[in-house]
Ligand binder design. Sequence first.
Ligand code: ACM
Ligand code: ZN
Length: 618
Amino acid sequence: MIKKTYLTLLLILVQFSTFAGINIIPEPVKVEEGTGIFTLTQATPIFAADDAKEIGLYLSAELQDATGFRLNPTTSKSTATGITLEILATPNSEIGDQGYLLESTTTKIVIQANTKHGLFNGVQTLLQLLPPEIEASTQVKADWIVPAVKISDYPRFEWRGLMLDVSRHFFTVEDVKNYIDEMARYKFNRFHWHLTDDQGWRIEIKGLPKLTEIGAWRVPRQGDWWSFDPPQKGEAATYGGFYTQEEVKEIVKYAQDRFITILPEVDIPGHAMAMLAAYPELACFKKDFKVNPGSKFFCKIQNTLCAGNPKTFEYLNIVFSEIADLFPSEYIHIGGDEVCRKWWFFCTKCQSVRRKNKLKNTEEIQSYFITEVEKMLNAKGKSIIGWDEILDGGLAPNATVMSWRGTAGGIKAASMGHKVIMSPMPYYYLDLYQGDPLFEPVTYAMARLTDTYNFEPVPAEVDEKYVMGIQGCLWTESVSEYRHAQYMTWPRAFAIAESSWTPTANKDWTKFIAKTEHHFKRFDQRKIRYARSMYDPIVSVIKEDGKLKIKMETEFEGLTIHYTFQGAEPDFSYPVYDKPVTIPRNPKLLRVVTYKEGKQVGNSMVLPIDQLKARAGF
Ligand code: ACM
Ligand code: ZN
C-alpha cells in the first residue's frame, strides 16, 4: 500500500516537472505549494459575477485557442467546482488595488481581488500555471493541469513600465498591440509610447496636419545608424508612417482592456527636427529642414524649438490639447532630454525672453520652457513627466522625473520631494547589448540580463515613497524590424517585470533563470522572438603570469563551454573550458559554444582574437 502511494506521488511529481510547475514571472509575494492537480476540461465552469464578467470573458478567450474549450463564464454562483473569479465584498487591505489571491485545489480554482485589475493579474498567474502549450494559437494536445497552490500577491511599485520608440522606426498598430499584449502577461501596467523625435512624428494632430504629412516621412536608409547619408538633393522621403487618431483610440482601448495606461511622449524642446521639417518657423533660425534619417547632426543642424517665439507655445498648445483629449493618462511625457541649447544663446528672440523673465543662462531658458509647457498641461488636468535633464536650470513645480542618466537625477528630484521613475540607462535600457558585442547586432553599450536583474532601483539615500516605479526603455535607432524589437525586449523585460513587482527579498537569480527558460517555451508557442544571449559566455582577454590568456565566464551555473582555435565549429566533443587559456601564436579566431545538460544552448560564436585583445587594451 505504502509503495503504491509513493508511486502515485512520484507520478504526480514527474507530471509537475514535465508540465508547467510553478514558474511565475514576476515572482509572487507568497506561494504555498499544495498537493495534487486541478485539470481543466471542456466541462469546467467559470463563475464570474457581473463585476468580474469582463475578466471571465478575457480568461475564456485566452483558454479557447489552444484547448478548443468554449468556457463561457456564467454569473450563477457556485464554489464547489470550476474556476471562480470574485471581487471581494470586503476589501483585503494587504493586496491593494492590483493584487490578488489565488487558490487552486484538485477540484477548484478561486481568484479574488479588490478590483478588476487585481483579478486580471490573478488570471495572468493562472495562465502561467498552465502548461506552455496554453500559449498556442491553434488547438494542441496537452494535459491542461494546474498545480495545487495558494498565492497571495501584490506589486512593489505602482509604475511598471516599458517604453517603445516608434519614431526612429515606425511599428504598425498590430506590432504595438502585440507589445502591449506581452506586457500584460508579465503584469506591466504602463506603456510609454515615444511618439516623436528627430526621425519622425508619428501621431496625427488635426490642427497641425503637416506634422504627419511631412514630419512622418524620411529618406530610406539601411546599415548602421549615425552612419547614414543625409537626405540628397531631390530625394523622396518615402520611409515612415504614423497613427491616425482613430488608430490611437483603438490602441488606447486595447491597452485599457489589459489594464495598461499609455503614457504618450512628445519630445520637446530638443529632439524636434521632424516638427521643424513640418513647421520651420518654429526654429530659432529658419531653414529648409528635412526629417533626419539617422545621420550625425547634434548641434550641427537645429532640432530645438525656439523658446522666444510665441508661435512655439501656440503650436504646442494645439498638440497637447489633442494629446490630452486622446489619452486618459494622468501624465503626459514632454521629453526634455538632450537639448542643444546653443541656438538659444545666439537667437535674439530667445535672448529677449531671457531678459524679460530675468533668466541667467540657457539652462534657465530650458526650465522656463518646460514650466510654460507644464502650465499648459496642468490647465488641461494633466501632470508632466520629463527626462532628468528637466532638472537643469530648476525643476518645474509639479514635474515627475524619469531618471535615465543613471540614478543621480532620480536621487536629486526625490530629495526635492518630486516623484521619480527609475529608468537608468546602464541597467534598464533595452537597446543595449545583452551578449558579446562581437556577436550581437550593433548598438552602443552593454546591459546583460544579470545587470538588469540584479540592479536595485531604489538607491539607499532615496525614500522609496518618492519612487513611483521603474521602466525599461527600447530605443529603436538600431531596431528596424518588430521581430528585432522582441529580441531586444525579452528576456530582459522579465527581469524588469520581476524587479517592478517582487519584494527584493523574494528575488532569486538561479530560480529566475530556470523560470526564464520555462518562459522561452511559452514564447516558442506564441512565436515571440527572444534573445538567448544569457547562454553565451562572457569572453575577455587577461594577462596572467606574463601571458595573454582568454578568460570565459557564464551568467549562471550549469553551462559547459566548449572552444577551439581551429577552423571547425565546436560541439560537445571539443575541449571544455575550466581555466584561462593561453592564446596560441597564430590563430585569428576563437570559436565557442555552450552546452547545458548535454544540449547546445548557446550561439555558435566566432570571435576575432585581435578584437578581443584590443577591447581589453592589449
Ligand atoms: C534619452 O535616452 N535620451 C532619454
Ligand atoms: Zn530662439
